[in-house]
Design a protein around this ligand. Structure first.
Ligand SMILES: Cc1ncc(COP(=O)(O)O)c(C=O)c1O
Length: 391
C-alpha cells in the first residue's frame, strides 16, 4: 500500500495544538471576506510601525551590500549592544562573545534553548494560563510539559508547584510580563522560583519579551535574583518593544557553557539571524528610545479604557495587567464559557480568544489584545455588551 503524506506525520508534531489566536483569526477573516466588519482583539503584535531610524539603518545596510551570512552568533555590534542593554536594565553582565546568541525572533531563541535543555522523558514546568508555544516547543523536544495552574489573580501557588515536581523535572519556563495575563511575577515569587530551581537543580528559561511594555512597576529579570544567572536562560527580542515583529529578531543570554551548545542548534537550523535585520537591531538598541515611550504611553491609555469597559460588563471581572498589551478577564459570572462567549462575540463582529487556548482550567476567561486603535476598542466593547445581552 502506498502511504499518503499525512501518514508520515508522527505524533510529536501531529498532536500539537494549533495556535488559539490563529483559530479565531481564521474565523474572523472568513467573516470579513463575507463583508462583516470585525473588531479584532486577537493580534499579538503592536499596531505601530517600526520607528523610522531603525528602518533607515536596515535599508542602508541592504544598499551597502550587507546581504551575506553573518557570524552564526550574530554581528559583534549587535551582541555588544545587547550586552549593554542587559547591564543597563538588569545590572547583569554577559560576555557578548560567548554568552549571547542573536536569533530570528525570541520564539526561535526559546525553541533553541528548549531543544538544548530537554530530551525524551524530561518534564518541564509551565504556569497556566500560559502561551501555547511553550507547550508545543517542549513536545517538539520530546519532553513532557507539566502544567501548573496559577491562582485566579495569576499569582504563583507554591503548593501546586511543589506537587508538580518529580525526579524527572528538568526545567521551568516563565514569561513575565506574561501572555495572556500581562501579570508580572513579583520579586518574592521570583525568589521562590529561584529557591525551587536551586533545590531541585532546574534550569529556568525566562521569557522577558514584554519587559519594555509595563505600566508602573519596573520589570525584574529572573537572572538578577542572587545566584540565578548561572542557571537562567534569558530570552528577549525586538518584536514587541520596537514594533519589529516581521523582522524576526531576538536573542538569548546565558552562561557560555549553555550558549555554546545552543549555538549548535542555531548553526544546524537557521544558521543566523537575517543580516540587515541585525543592523536594524543595533539602531533600535543604540538609537533614540522615545518611540518606545510614546507607544507604551498609548498602550497605557488604552489599557484604562479596556479595563474600565470590560469591568462595566455584567459578569465580567478584569484585573489591570502589569505589562504587555493583553487583558485576561474572568467572564465566568456571565454564565458562559470563554469558548461560548468568543463565538457569541464573533456573531456581533468582535474577535476575542477563549481562555481554553492558554490552559485547560481557563475557559472561565478570554484574552483581548489592546493593540488596536482606541476607536476600534470602544466599538468592540459596545459589541461585546450586545453579545452579552442578546441570546
Ligand atoms: C510570550 C511570548 N514570547 C515570545 C513571543 C515571540 O516573539 P518573537 O516575535 O520575537 O518571536 C511572543 C509573541 O507573540 C510571545 O507572546
Amino acid at each position: 500500500m502506498v502511504m499518503t503524506t499525512s501518514q508520515f506525520v508522527r505524533d510529536r508534531v501531529g498532536t500539537l495544538s494549533p495556535s488559539p489566536t490563529l483559530a479565531v483569526a481564521k474565523q474572523a477573516q472568513a467573516l470579513r471576506r463575507s463583508g462583516v466588519d470585525v473588531v479584532d482583539f486577537g493580534p499579538g503584535e503592536p499596531d505601530f510601525d517600526t520607528p523610522a531610524h531603525i528602518r533607515a539603518a536596515a535599508v542602508k545596510a541592504l544598499n551597502d551590500g550587507f546581504t551575506h551570512y553573518t557570524p552564526s552568533r550574530g554581528i559583534p555590534e549587535l551582541l555588544a549592544a545587547i550586552a549593554v542593554t542587559l547591564e543597563q536594565f538588569s545590572g547583569l553582565k554577559y560576555d557578548p562573545a560567548t554568552e549571547i546568541v542573536v536569533t530570528p525572533g525570541a520564539k526561535q531563541a526559546l525553541l533553541e534553548a528548549i531543544l538544548t535543555a530537554v530530551e525524551s522523558g524530561d518534564e518541564v514546568i509551565l504556569f497556566d494560563p500560559s502561551w501555547v508555544s511553550y507547550d508545543a516547543m517542549v513536545r517538539l523536544a520530546g519532553g513532557t510539559p507539566v502544567h501548573v495552574d496559577l491562582n485566579r489573580d495569576f499569582s504563583l501557588d507554591p503548593e501546586r508547584l511543589a506537587a508538580a515536581l518529580t525526579s524527572r523535572t528538568r526545567a521551568m519556563v516563565i514569561g513575565s510580563p506574561g501572555n495572556p495575563t500581562g501579570y508580572m511575577l513579583t520579586r518574592d515569587e521570583l525568589r521562590h522560583l529561584a529557591g525551587v530551581c536551586r533545590r531541585h537543580d532546574l534550569l529556568l528559561i525566562s521569557d522577558e519579551i514584554y519587559d519594555r511594555i509595563t505600566y508602573g512597576t519596573p520589570p525584574l529579570s529572573a537572572a538578577a535574583i542572587p545566584d540565578m544567572q548561572e542557571r537562567t536562560v534569558t530570552i528577549n527580542g525586538f518584536s514587541k518593544a520596537y514594533a519589529m515583529t516581521g523582522w524576526r529578531l531576538g536573542y538569548a543570554a546565558a552562561p557560555a557553557s549553555f550558549m555554546n551548545d545552543m549555538l549548535k542548534v542555531q548553526e544546524h537550523s537557521v544558521t543566523t539571524a537575517t543580516s540587515f535585520a541585525q543592523v536594524g537591531g543595533v539602531a533600535a538598541l543604540s538609537g533614540p528610545q522615545e518611540p518606545i515611550a510614546e507607544m507604551v504611553a498609548e498602550f497605557a491609555h488604552r489599557r484604562e479604557i479596556v479595563v474600565d469597559g470590560l469591568s462595566a460588563l455584567p459578569g465580567v471581572q478584569c484585573l489591570p495587567p502589569d505589562g504587555a498589551f493583553y487583558v485576561f478577564p474572568d467572564i465566568s459570572g456571565t454564565g458562559l464559557t470563554g469558548t461560548e462567549l468568543a463565538q457569541r462575540c464573533l456573531h456581533q463582529g468582535v474577535a476575542i480568544t477563549p481562555g481554553i487556548g492558554f490552559g485547560d482550567a481557563w475557559d472561565t476567561h478570554v484574552r483581548l489584545s489592546f493593540a488596536t486603535s482606541e476607536e476600534r476598542i470602544l466599538t468592540g466593547l459596545e459589541r461585546m455588551a450586545q453579545a452579552l445581552t442578546t441570546t
